[in-house]
Design a protein around this ligand. Sequence first.
Ligand SMILES: [Zn+2]
Length: 282
Amino acid sequence: MPELPEVETMVRTLRPHLAGRTFGVPRIIRDSAIGSPEPHAFCLGLAGQTVTGVGRRGKYILVDLALGGRLVVHLRMTGQVAFRPLAAPPTPHTRVIIPLSPVAGGESESLHFIDQRTFGKLYLLPDQGAGPITGLATLGPEPLDAAFTAKVLQRALATTSRPIKTALLDQTLVAGVGNIYADEALFRSAIHPATPAKALRPGQIKRLYAAIVQVLNEGILHRGTTFMHFRNAEGESGGHQVHLAVYGRTGQPCGTCGATLQRLVLSGRSSHFCHHCQPQIG
Ligand SMILES: [Zn+2]
């Protein structure tokens, strides 16, 4: 599932291709790919709108439109956005095709929303608010913003006795962190994933805060992590998977101590960790 670094990589590859271009009338192949408004109104509302900017909040892609509205793309499990020649047929997993105005000297092309598992959604909002997207309205702070500090993290964690790994996946607590980067941040800060969030000591929270910022920035630097599905808007895989210390490495030796990496299921999600480097305390 794309997390903050993958969505940020998608935004950075979309921006130069989309800015200043005007959308044509969308072709919706699967109605359930449209979150709101209903598909007909989505097509009417988007056609003729010009893109003024592309940004991100949490795992949501925000495409700003000249009339003040916003196209929001939520990739969820397997969503991808790709540019294809205007005449290119849909792939088996293409859900929506949005024609784009041509750029000078360039060929005509469309933006394809491709989604194998069909959990992803597109939304057209009338303004820059969150509209009906509850997940966007309730997002916690952006972890790479200056306003997100160790103190902010400490205050948020003090309110919950859930395992720290489960708390980090809560998008209302901190936006954009998912399974991969939560596991990596916990390994780097030597915290066992099952530790109750409110039991963490101030020193541990400082280390965790620094680790979250580091692992996300490294993920962006390597243009995201690809196991199966993630491709950026230019069709390239990410490169961060080879730098992961614990995620997806169950049974392999820890690069720090040599102990065998383990897997633990917390709230239905797999956690990957080193029992030696991340001892359970208490
Ligand atoms: Zn270890």
